[in-house]
Design a protein around this ligand. Structure first.
Ligand code: HSE
Length: 435
């Protein structure tokens, strides 16, 4: 498509007419005049595919050619921008995006798994064919974090980027804290409300957040996307007791995705964190997402907003489409694809931080001495220790907060502690994060 053509007509081919896809069509139909006014282009959906052709989606399909497959939409000669809203890192999503790029069509997608796993290949294809690959909606729904990194922060070095990247987990942790209810119970609510993905294990297991983090890391540090190096822990084992203890100690538990660069390389991790109650990120609740970027020249950037939902996500998809209409093309990951190199990954056992430990122990003489001796032998210094036994109760929780130490050392100490007969359940460790 030449620059002059891009200013006059954008002919979209849409694959996937679920919640987000339907939202995109409705918004384009409802905001035609505004879109034209702001982009100088006529933007319309000329081709589409979805699982069910006959379903009433509440908008007119007049003027759209129906195709039986996403690849057919991507290769339809009438389409000059392919919009992939199917989801999933393989199958039709992968085949159609690849086909679109190889056929020289611009691509817009909301698919975090696809970009997290195939982003480097796609970046090269996009560069080779001189087309845009835009994916704003793939991270934190409606929050314009990709634009902020790709454009606004182009001359800043990112020291650390972190955030609440999964609304389902944030909702579950918020409701558990507000109500004292158990994890499984609140997860069911999140599913009934439609927050969780079709397979909730991707949400609660931290994988969805890790897909998003992989994308942010690549943009922040101008390196290849490296999902496999991310350390991932979900929120499945967080108990109402941990949440209550966090509060008592002055913290709140949040699932964070964190990427950080040091001289040794790049660390990427997704796990539950204790964060101080007075920090802005501790007060982002329910399904809301937030991303914080610490940089050299700009300082700290904080973005907070809806991380999911039909129209917030569709709004981000249309912003990407509008960029193409305006002739704005950015390198996929901050620099030309040929210059993207793997970022040296730092292993999790090199992490240094403070830790919250929950032990369950028999209430008998000498147990505390054994535990503290193990910690002393490994050189782990205790900041706080709490044990509240009660008359006639056999097993009691012991809560420890440590000073900073290396994670490999913490793990060794926990292995020794777990080996005592008096420790009746595997220790639970949650990292305390200085954000
Ligand atoms: N299921 C995701 C979440 C929304 O809970 O944040 C889309 O990425």
């Amino acid at each position: 498509m030449s620059a002059s053509e891009s200013k006059t007509e954008l002919r979209l081919g849409l694959a996937g007419l679920g919640t987000v896809g339907s939202g995109v069509v409705k918004m384009i139909q409802d905001t035609q005049d505004l879109l034209q006014e702001r982009t100088g282009s006529v933007i319309s959906v000329v081709a589409a595919t979805a699982r069910d052709k006959k379903k009433d989606r509440g908008f007119s399909m007049d003027g759209m050619t129906w195709h039986e497959s996403a690849v057919d939409v991507a290769t339809d000669p009438n389409v000059n921008v392919f919009v992939e809203l199917i989801g999933g890192s393989d199958g039709p999503a992968l085949d159609s995006v690849r086909a679109a790029l190889m056929n020289g069509k611009h691509v817009v997608t909301a698919n975090k798994a696809l970009i997290a796993l195939h982003g480097s290949e796609f970046a090269q294809l996009a560069d080779d064919h001189n087309v845009a690959l835009n994916y704003e909606a793939s991270v934190a729904g409606g929050i314009p974090i990709i634009k902020s990194l790709r454009e606004g922060l182009v001359i800043n070095q990112v020291k650390r980027i972190f955030g609440i990247l999964n609304g389902t987990c944030n909702y579950i942790l918020s409701v558990m804290e507000e109500t004292g209810r158990a994890f499984d119970d609140v997860l069911k609510d999140a599913q009934d409300l439609g927050y969780a993905e079709a397979d909730p294990s991707f949400d609660i297991g931290g994988i969805d957040a890790a897909h998003k983090l992989a994308i942010l890391t690549s943009l922040a540090y101008g390196c290849e996307v490296d999902f496999d190096s991310i350390y991932i822990e979900g929120i499945e084992t967080i108990s109402a007791h941990d949440i209550a203890m966090a509060k008592e100690l002055g913290y709140r538990i949040k699932l964070l995705g964190i990427a950080e660069k040091s001289d040794a390389g790049i660390s990427q991790r997704v796990h539950p964190c204790f964060v101080k109650l007075d920090r802005p990120i501790a007060n982002v609740s329910d399904v809301t997402n937030a991303v914080v970027v610490d940089t050299d020249y700009l300082g700290r950037l904080v973005l907070e907003g809806p991380g999911a939902g039909q129209f917030p996500t569709a709004s981000a998809v249309i912003a990407d489409i509008a960029d193409i209409a305006r002739g704005v093309t950015q390198p996929v990951f901050m620099k030309p694809a040929r210059d993207l190199k793997p970022g040296a990954a730092i292993a999790m056992d090199q992490h240094v931080g403070e830790y919250y430990i929950r032990l369950t122990a028999r209430d008998k003489p000498g147990v505390m001495a054994e535990i503290t001796q193990d910690l002393a032998d490994e050189g782990v210094s205790i900041e706080t220790i709490i044990q509240r036994g009660a008359e006639g109760v056999e097993n009691v929780p012991i809560i420890l907060v440590t000073h900073k130490c290396q994670e490999s050392v913490m793990n060794r100490a926990l292995q020794r502690i777990a080996a005592h007969d008096a420790i009746v359940r595997p220790p639970r460790m949650i990292r305390i994060e200085d954000v």
